[in-house]
Ligand binder design. Sequence first.
Ligand SMILES: CC(C)(COP(=O)(O)OP(=O)(O)OC[C@H]1O[C@@H](n2cnc3c(N)ncnc32)[C@H](O)[C@@H]1OP(=O)(O)O)[C@@H](O)C(=O)NCCC(=O)NCCS
Length: 212
Amino acid sequence: MPEKNEFTAEGRNKDGKFTLKLRNVSSSEARQWRILSTDLLNQKFDPSHGKNLKDHVLDEEEIVLQIKKAQAESDIWLFIIDPTNKHDVPELRVEGGTIVGSCQLYWEGDTDGCHISCIIHHRFLRNGYARAALGAAIDYAFYTPHMKQETVILETMKTNAPFRGLMESLQLKDRETPGSYWAQADSPIESVMYTFGEVRWEQAKRDAANMK
Ligand SMILES: CC(C)(COP(=O)(O)OP(=O)(O)OC[C@H]1O[C@@H](n2cnc3c(N)ncnc32)[C@H](O)[C@@H]1OP(=O)(O)O)[C@@H](O)C(=O)NCCC(=O)NCCS
C-alpha cells in the first residue's frame, strides 16, 4: 500500500503569511495534472531532452497510467494547493482549494539521492509559493520517518534563470555543479544540479532566516 504523503508549507509574501498544502495526486486528477504539464507557459524549461514538446505531451489516459506507475514505484507526485478561495481559476479548483503547482520526489537509478522538482502554474508566479513548497518538500525528504533521505538533488536547465534565482534565494547557490541528468540522456541541453545533505540544508535555512 503506497504511503499517503501530505504536509503543509508555510511562507510569506507581500500579502503576509500563507499556508499551502501538499498532497498526493490521485489518478482521478489527471486532467489537472495535464493542465500543469501541458501549458507552454509552464514548460519553458521542461526536461524533455530537447525533443519537441508536443511529442512529450501526454493525454489524460497516459497520465493516469503514469500516476499509477509512480505510485507503484514509490515515486511521489504531489499537488501544491492554496486552501484559500482567492484564486478564480475554475479549471484548477479541487476540493479544499486551488492547485497552484506540483512537486515530484523521485529516485534515479544512476544517482544517489532523492530528486525533487517543482512547477508553479504561471498564473501564480512570484508569490513565494515555490520557495515555501520546495522548502517543505526538502524537509519532508530529510525528516519524515518513512523518507529519511541522506541526499537531496535538484536539477534544471542551465538557462532556467527563475529556478537558479530560486536556489539563490534558498541559499543553495554554492551547491551548484554541472548537471548530469540530461547530459546522460544524450541531450544537447546543459543542466545544473544542486546536491546537499541535511547539515547543509539546515545551514541554508539559517542563512535564509538571517537575510530577512
Ligand atoms: C522556478 C519556479 C518554480 C519559481 O516559482 P515561483 O513560485 O515563482 O518562485 P517564488 O515566488 O517562490 O520565488 C522565490 C525567489 O526565487 C527567485 N526567483 C523566482 N522567479 C525568478 C525569476 N523569474 N527570475 C529571477 N529570480 C527568480 C527570487 O529570488 C524569488 O524571490 P522574490 O520574488 O522575493 O524576488 C517557476 O518559475 C516555475 O514553475 N518554472 C517552470 C518550471 C521549472 O522550471 N521548474 C524547475 C525545474 S524542476
